[in-house]
Design a binder for this molecule. Structure first.
Ligand code: F6R
Length: 259
């Protein structure tokens, strides 16, 4: 695991965007796994800037989102379909036929989930997966105790995750308790993983994921088993890491082309 600590979320997001831009330039038909939530907003803004100002071309890119709320139609303002459209898709040139998100309105969840997995395989597998992390250590919406080999399926959110995300929902009772999420096994098959975490509220989960034991109780700790996982942090999110100085030192030694 590579731990990249930056002074601000903006700086960390710029470095993460650089990985993605390099990936797309080297392989224009790259397959990207995308996340929603507060964390990747700056990353999407930087990718949009690279598209506008430096001609980063997404026309052959295919995307698969990690998750979607069960029961929210794509046009719902809090659906992840809307989030992706508003924060990313409408500003870049990914053809709509190459954009995939779980269908929160599907009438047959197991069938949909199996087809989603098949679609990822048919696209050639995920080249890069972007992740945030929940305060309880979830990735995607694989909550603590999720099988570390799980595939795309329906999950029930923990009260902690519901409370963390309640700010996005105005009316009480509007927030779904269920999601369709890629599984941990699905995520782990991505050839490269970029996890981003910002703010002191993520520090405990980050430390548990990076330096704690590998356990289904901290689903993000499975990234310790991935050959190419990069963790982009701001200083507050790195606040509980015992080896932070070592991670900074490693980064200082790196040649610019490797960043
Ligand atoms: C979102 C997702 C979640 C979030 C996590 C952090 O697609 O899969 O795992 O990444 O809940 O959310 P934020 O970034 O809002 O703190």
């Amino acid at each position: 695991m590579e731990i990249i600590i930056q002074s601000t979320p903006e700086a960390a997001s710029r470095l993460a965007a650089r990985h993605i831009a390099r990936q797309i330039r080297e392989k224009p038909d790259s397959v990207l796994g995308l996340a929603t939530g507060s964390t990747p907003r700056l990353l999407y803004q930087e990718l949009i800037r690279l598209h506008r100002e430096e001609g980063l071309n997404f026309s052959r890119v295919t995307t698969f989102n990690l998750d979607e709320y069960v029961g929210l139609p794509p046009e719902h303002p809090q659906s992840y379909h809307q989030y992706m459209h508003e924060n990313f898709f409408r500003f870049v040139n990914i053809p709509i036929s190459q954009i995939y998100l779980p269908d929160g309105m599907t009438e047959d969840v197991p069938e949909f989930c199996a087809a989603y997995e098949d679609r990822i395989q048919e696209a050639g597998g995920l080249d890069v997966q972007i992740l945030g992390i929940g305060t309880d250590g979830h990735v995607g919406f694989n909550e603590p105790s999720s099988s570390l080999t799980s595939r795309t399926r329906i999950k029930t959110l923990t009260p902690q995750t519901l409370a963390d995300n309640a700010r996005f929902f105005e009316a009480e009772g509007e927030q779904p308790h269920h999601v369709i999420t890629m599984g941990i096994g699905t995520i782990m098959e991505a050839r490269r993983i970029l996890l981003l975490a910002f703010g002191q509220q993520k520090a405990e989960a980050v430390a548990a994921a990076v330096e704690g034991p590998l356990t289904a109780m901290v689903p993000a700790s499975i990234l310790q088993m991935h050959s190419t996982a990069h963790v982009f942090l701001d200083e507050p999110a790195a606040g509980e890491l015992t080896k932070a100085d070592y991670y900074r030192w490693v980064l200082e030694q790196k040649p610019d082309w490797q960043l």
